[in-house]
Design a binder for this molecule. Sequence first.
Ligand code: MF3
Ligand code: CO
Length: 248
Amino acid sequence: MIIIKSRAEIELMRQAAEVTALILRELSRVIRPGISTWDVDRFVEDTILSHGMIPAFKGYSGYPASACVSVNHQVVHGIPSKKRRLEEGDIVSVDIGTIHRGYYSDAARTYPAGEISAEAARLIATAEASFFKGLEFCRAGNRLSDVSAAIQSRVEEEGFSVVREFVGHGIGRKMHEEPQIPNYGLPGRGPRLAPGMVLAIEPMINQGGWEVDLMEDGWTVETRDKKLSAHYENTVVITDGEPLLLTI
Ligand code: MF3
Ligand code: CO
């Protein structure tokens, strides 16, 4: 069952998401060569707490940090570390979430550290573009997989691939609610979108093949071919008109 949120609930999620959006904007100047992925986590956690909110990821299934910081061929769920210093040319995916009065927000971006290759920049831009292509289908009455199919074709037309093992999700009083939202698939399937649904839509896309592996730390996910990966996510409200982007 997909939970429909009331206006009041959406207002709380908007407030949660406002802090997430603010942090994601600030991260574009925080992330640079020389800082560690731990420093990124400190910034994220301190800012969430200073706004009186709770970091959604810390302690979630035992996850040890407030941000997931995934560098280069790391896809998602990279654990921040003092030992991992960013270098010129790295691309850095940061995924964060907040809880405000019991309601969640969830969003991610991929950032360049200094100057990056043209191919890396195109990968990052394609993750974002595929999200916005999917967003065009986020309208009441459409089928959920219309969104998935739009994301997949936007990614594949660039010659990149879509991660299969991780998907977007409904969000609300829990970080992960129904439905699951794959970033691939045929259109015209799945539930119909309806006003009041809140969805975390999050293409994770790879420069090479779609296959990924879980590392021995039990969290970090990497591309099997060790090529680059990028991630772009927002918390989105379905309305009776244009979708509402909470985390921008
Ligand atoms: N943003 C991730 C998701 O959409 C959640 C991070 S996993 C955590 O599923 F365990 F670190 F929280
Ligand atoms: Co998510």
